[in-house]
Design a protein around this ligand. Structure first.
Ligand SMILES: Nc1nc2c(c(=O)[nH]1)N[C@H]1C(S)=C(S)[C@@H](COP(=O)(O)O)O[C@H]1N2
Ligand SMILES: [Mo]
Length: 205
């Protein structure tokens, strides 16, 4: 089958690509692995995902239960704060909206969220950045189960923020009223990390 690619895909490095790159980023066809510490080897039969609000548990899913939730595909560009960007990455998983619905919530709690991972990595987020089909718990990349190096069996995906917010091996999402820094944020990175506003470091507007 002959597939004709759209105008955008034709000229790598052309004007269309440059407009698509946030300031200070360069385009790579690679998929680099960036992890602080060792790759986690999480066993599916021991995996659970928990949703918390303050001290209380809103929901908890085993792998089997999680696989039964509505699946969504997202194709998006991703941007790492170390300046590589990758276009058109294809993911499948469960949107945060669907996760909230599965927990029986009509609306997301207001405020903030901390994502907690196997291995101890954390990252803080605005709840507003997670809803409206802009974020998911991703289990597949390019139709294949997510490799451990890229956060498999499941990672948070928030592609409109710098990629450090997309927490690999995520296991617990904790809603909270106050914001506080996660792992990289407490080492000088920005609390929100919008690549289009170049919010790389603490103090960037
Ligand atoms: N648990 C965990 N998640 C993480 C990280 C990490 O060190 N541990 N690194 C972050 C950073 S800095 C980036 S750029 C992306 C890299 O994801 P990748 O290895 O799939 O490219 O994962 C993010 N999520
Ligand atoms: Mo990163």
């Amino acid at each position: 089958m002959l597939v004709t690619r759209g105008f955008k895909g034709k000229r790598r490095g052309g004007d269309a690509d440059r407009l698509r790159l946030p300031p200070g980023q360069f385009l790579t066809p690679e998929f680099p692995v960036l992890t602080a510490g060792p790759t986690q080897q999480t066993q599916i039969d021991r995996w659970t995902l928990a949703l918390q609000h303050g001290g209380s548990l809103l929901g908890k899913w085993s792998w089997e239960q999680f696989e039964g939730l509505p699946q969504t595909e997202i194709t998006s560009d991703i941007h790492c704060v170390t300046k590589w960007s990758k276009f058109d990455t294809r993911w499948r998983g469960v949107t945060i909206d669907d996760l909230l619905r599965a927990a029986g919530l009509d609306a997301a709690p207001t405020g903030f969220l901390m994502a907690h991972c196997d291995g101890g990595y954390t990252t803080n987020l605005l709840v507003a950045d997670l809803i409206g089909a802009r974020a998911m718990i991703a289990t597949h990349f390019d139709d294949l189960p997510l490799l451990p190096s890229h956060g498999g069996p499941a990672r948070l995906l928030v592609p409109h923020l710098y990629f450090w917010k997309s927490a690999k091996w995520v296991r617990r999402l904790a809603f909270r009223e106050e914001d506080s820094p996660g792992f990289w944020e407490s080492q000088g990175y920005h609390l929100r990390g919008d690549p289009w506003r170049e919010q790389r470091y603490e103090g960037d507007q």
